[in-house]
Design a protein around this ligand. Structure first.
Ligand SMILES: C[S@@+](CC[C@H](N)C(=O)[O-])C[C@H]1O[C@@H](n2cnc3c(N)ncnc32)[C@H](O)[C@@H]1O
Length: 248
């Protein structure tokens, strides 16, 4: 039977054999399987986001908003040991996030004490200019609140939005050309650029989620002096998801 990466089934020890390789992804996946608390989709989604973000943005304090299980924050620290740590914010307590964090920390002790889980409204989060703000599937206009916070602080930002809504999201006057989700995300990119950001637009594999547009924003100070080639701003996923490769 096909192993569907967009399944919401919780990964368990029964899935260990599917991740038998030696890559960092396989090792993380096995740890997640042993924790028996994470929907399969979130493993693939979080990995695809984290590795794309880390190709563009190194170090920094990670602030994961609308974090849920907060796997992205952990992956961003594992992919870059120079990051000082992470805070994660969700409106409600997520008990399995604690389970997952404990399992990852037991496997990678260098995570110990470096991820702080906060419960509260993300709009109250204090963001610093040096932060990397990341949010995966903050529903509808919540993604815009994430952008407000990042732009307000001049922080780096990575957003994988979902649940685009004509009533609450800005469609930028683009509905004559574009469907609502695309109009909303194009308007978000335009807003970042109007705020002086360099933007990178990518997609993660649609086999994992239909809400797969990744928007990365680099504040002007981060890109000043880079060459036009280095500032190349678009990229697209070309391969199938199957099994993430040998990323460290
Ligand atoms: C669709 S889930 C995404 C969770 C996770 N990022 C993921 O990709 O699996 C949206 C999350 O946003 C959280 N949330 C909703 N409103 C929020 C708010 N105002 N402040 C912080 N978190 C919020 C919810 O509790 C939920 O965990």
């Amino acid at each position: 039977m096909q192993f569907d990466p967009k399944s919401r089934s919780v990964l368990t020890r029964h899935d260990l054999g599917r991740f038998a390789g030696r890559t960092l992804f396989d090792r993380i996946a096995r740890t997640v399987c042993e924790a028996e608390c994470l929907p399969r989709k979130e493993l693939f989604e979080s990995w695809e986001v984290a590795r794309r973000v880390r190709r563009r943005i190194r170090g920094r304090r990670v602030v994961e908003l609308a974090a849920g299980h907060a796997l992205v924050a952990h992956l961003l620290l594992l992919l870059d040991a120079t990051s000082e740590g992470a805070i994660t914010v969700d409106a409600k307590p997520v008990p399995s996030a604690t389970t997952l964090s404990g399992a990852l920390t037991a496997r990678w002790p260098r995570l110990a004490g470096r991820v702080e889980h906060r419960v509260g409204d993300l709009s109250a989060t204090a963001i610093a200019a040096g932060d990397l703000v990341v949010s995966v599937h903050a529903c509808g206009a919540l993604s815009d609140v994430v952008l407000d916070l990042a732009i307000g602080a001049g922080a780096h930002v990575a957003l994988l939005p979902c649940c685009h809504d004509e009533q609450t999201c800005d469609t930028g006057g683009l509905l004559g050309f574009l469907p609502i989700p695309l109009a909303v995300d194009a308007t978000r990119v335009a807003r970042l650029r109007a705020s002086g950001y360099e933007t990178i637009t990518q997609t993660i594999p649609a086999e994992i989620t239909p809400h797969n547009r990744l928007i990365i924003g680099l504040p002007a100070t981060a890109t000043e002096g880079s060459s036009p080639r280095a500032r190349q701003t678009t990229g697209r996923h070309r391969g199938a998801v199957a099994h993430p490769g040998a990323d460290r």
